[in-house]
Each structure stands twice: as structure tokens, then as C-alpha cells.
Design a protein around this ligand. Sequence first.
Ligand code: HEC
Length: 246
Amino acid sequence: MRLAAIFAVVVALAAAPGCALDDPPEVPSWQVDVMPVLAANCVRCHGFPLNPVARNDFRLDAYSPTLLPGETIPIDGAGGPGLASQIATFTRPGFSVSLKVRMPPDRTLADREYLILRNWAGAADAVTESGPRGPGRFDNRAPTVTSFEEVARVGRKVTFAFEVSDLDHDLVSGVVIGPTLDVQMQVQPGNIGILVSGRRTFEWDTTGLPEGSYDLTARLDDGADIDGPDGEEDYIDVPVMTVVIP
Ligand code: HEC
């Protein structure tokens, strides 16, 4: 009996050379490792819609930048240049810089959570300084638009209600692609609204759009790597409805 027990320990040690099961990964994946830490600790203040008290030039509930409808300068996602290292700096347990607040302001991250953020910053691209998206979950399930409908119309303003879900409970970010006017007043596909996990509404101003019926598409990102390493088209497109502008 005793020999068998020793043998079991030796086998267990041999199977895991210097690496316990819950050591943080050296190169954390955005979807699998980083996003859950930010979702649990940061997104209530740094998610969309942005909290006016916190800095409003980035959001931590999305990897990619977001171009708000009608704007020309996107706000960064967590994969924005230099943000990974800023995140790691501000969450370091001993962080202390005068007039700066350690993040999250009201508690300290668990060691493993901090180490994931630190390793992610350490794995940032040397040129873009972005933390890697990395491979997602191998058996990932795509996010879905559970419902999408027009709920009100006042003059040229149309209000939509939507629900976005994800069977893996990933945070989902996205936009609705529909008709927009470019500077020459030509109709071009562009962002008409912002999508996030859960139920919300958004308003779309159709002023100036020629009459017609237009297809709307939800463009969703659940953190998965869709187009292979280093690509920037990590989203799926889901047709949601056809809207009629009189
Ligand atoms: C309770 C709300 C709240 C939570 C939770 C929170 N933050 Fe913040 N964060 C703020 C506020 C407010 C500021 C702006 C104050 C400042 O700049 O010192 C800020 C600023 C920041 C900045 C910019 C700091 C600078 O001075 O440039 C970073 C980076 C940041 N937060 C990251 C995080 C991360 C990562 C988490 C989660 C681990 C997190 N925050 C959780 C409220 C929050």
C-alpha cells in the first residue's frame, strides 16, 4: 500500500514538470484568461456605456476599438496600444504613485488574476504594444442575437431593443452595421448602434437617409480568434432585420 502511494505521487510529479495546473499561462489568451478577469473586476466601471467618472478613451469589455455612431475617432478596446501594460501597472499589488489610484479602487486582485494581466502585458507585441488576442476556446460557441426589434419611432429617430447572448458567458461587444451618410451624403455601410451582452436599447437618427428598405447586420465579437493570428477581423456578422425608411 505504502509503495503504491509513493508511486502515485512520483507519477503525478512526473506528469507536471514544474508547472501546477493553476499556474497562470505564460501567454494568456484574451478570451480564455484575460477577459474573465476584467469582466469580474473592471467592467462595472470601464465597460460600455462608459462611466463618466473613469477615463473615457478606452473600454475594457472589448478587445477591439469601437467607433461610436457619428464619431471619427474610435475609443480603444483593451487591445489598444500600450493598454495591456497600463492595466498591469495599475493593478500591481504594491502599486503606489501619488495622485494615482490602484485598480480596482476598492479591492486587490487575487494573485492569479494579477499574474494573468502581468503575463499578458509581458506578451504584448513589440511594435503595436497590444496584448495578444491569442487563440480562443477550442470549443467556443458563437454569440447570438436572441432578439432585435424596432420599439419606437419619433420623427426620424428609431429606437431598437436587442438581446445579445453567449452560451459560454463570454462578454460580447459589437455594433449594428446599417446605412450611414458619408461626407458627400452618399449612403455607406457604417455603425448605427453599439451592442453589448444582455438587453439594451439604442436610438438611431435616420435624418438625411433616402427612403428605402435597408438590411441591418449585427457584428459581434466574443473574444474568439476568428481570422487567425494577427488579423483584425475577429467578428461574426449576423443579419438582424430589414428596416424601412419612408
Ligand atoms: C469602482 C470603479 C472602478 C473599477 C472597478 C475599476 N476602475 Fe479603473 N478607473 C476608475 C476611475 C474613476 C479612474 C480614473 C481615475 C484616475 O485616473 O486615477 C480609473 C482609471 C483607470 C486607468 C487609467 C489610469 C491613469 O491614470 O491613466 C486604468 C488603466 C484603469 N482604471 C484600469 C482598471 C482595471 C484594469 C480595472 C480592473 C482590474 C479597473 N480599472 C477597475 C474606476 C474604476
